[in-house]
Design a protein around this ligand. Sequence first.
Ligand code: FAD
Length: 408
Amino acid sequence: MTAAQTALVIGGGIAGPVAATALTMAGIDAAVYEARPADPASANGIGGSLALEPNGLVALRIVGADDDVRAAAVPITHSIMSIASKPGREMPTPQELGPRQLIDRGALHRILRNRAERAGVRIHNAKKLIHVDEHPAGVTAHFADGTQASADLLIGADGVHSTVRRLIDPKAPSARYLGLLGFEGLVDDAPDTASLEPGAMTFAFGRRAYYLYWKRPDGRIGWGANLPSPQSMTLKEARAVPAEQWLHTLRTAYANDVPGARLAAETTSETLQAVGGLHIMPPVPRWHRGRMALVGDAVHAPSNSTGQGASLAMESAIALARCLRDIPDAAAAFATYERLRRPRVEKIAARGARISHAKAPGPIAQRMMRLMLPVMLATMNVEKTMAAEQRYTIDWNTPLQEDTKTLA
Ligand SMILES: Cc1cc2nc3c(=O)[nH]c(=O)nc-3n(C[C@H](O)[C@H](O)[C@H](O)COP(=O)(O)OP(=O)(O)OC[C@H]3O[C@@H](n4cnc5c(N)ncnc54)[C@H](O)[C@@H]3O)c2cc1C
């Protein structure tokens, strides 16, 4: 295969615009095709907030979007863990790496898309990929509206329910539902949260469900709920349920939690956002085939408990572009990309799977957790766990050696 000149990037969420920007920086002309219609007001339809870890900020620096993200985000300087409404304990964090940044998902999308457009990327909305024709000279993508587009390569950045993953390998695993539905709400400050400092985020294991909350710069409290539910729901299905009905369910689930009960009680149908089922990706056997490769949640969605989904998605997008920049044969570049990225993302996914199991503990497990927490926090090796994960950087400026044995 000769060096690629053009690429179609399927998906305009987080990995897609970053991949397209990095590909353009690597000398490959890239265009993004996003299924959703342009809808900046509704955060690409999804809403809610995202925390980006220091390694995600380093990735953003490579594509020149870190300053814009920091300007729109809130730094989270303290993390607190609380079990069954007992006073929370501060979790150790690797301070020297800088704080994680909490940003509105819609703001992040806008920043990444604007950055891509400034780099020369064309973004096409309302283009849902349904099929790909592969031919010796390239690929042709077919969209639900009957249009098509051709290029040398096709990059699937189409999220956890990826169509490209299935086109690469019809036997590819599907996303696994975590048994939790996601929600985000907003309430005014009140006595039981008045002591919260801006920049402090509390991860709370409630009596029946897990939740997290933080004080926003405007003084209000943002909170996210992970509601156990045997049945998954798409975003559309979750939003078809009247908000008042969800609020009733959330108020019941958090009735015995402080401040969970008040957060649920005071959230209104206007400030509640349902996200739908939370999913992870089990290991994906084929990351690429022929002229197609996957990035982001399409190939490695860890549990949201890792706080690493978006950061890893951006890292992989950049790593893929770097491989294509430095290794002319696309198949060899894709293989190197997989070799570089798979161990890291699968290790983080395994850590996330362990945390997710603990999100809905029964009363005995909660008692155990309460007893163990001080010991766990005191003996936690932050350097070995968090810092190693968060210190990761991609050396964009150094050319890759084709001999992958020498790759760091
Ligand atoms: C409730 C919740 C909270 C989370 N919190 C965090 C957090 O705090 N920190 C963090 O790092 N991560 C978090 N995550 C995970 C994070 O959202 C994902 O890891 C991240 O969005 C992955 O980016 P992506 O671009 O790969 O996929 P997505 O953001 O899902 O983007 C995929 C895009 O592809 C489009 N698409 C899908 N199919 C097609 C098609 N056939 N044709 C064209 N376009 C298509 C979609 O419309 C979408 O815009 C959270 C996830 C959830 C659900």
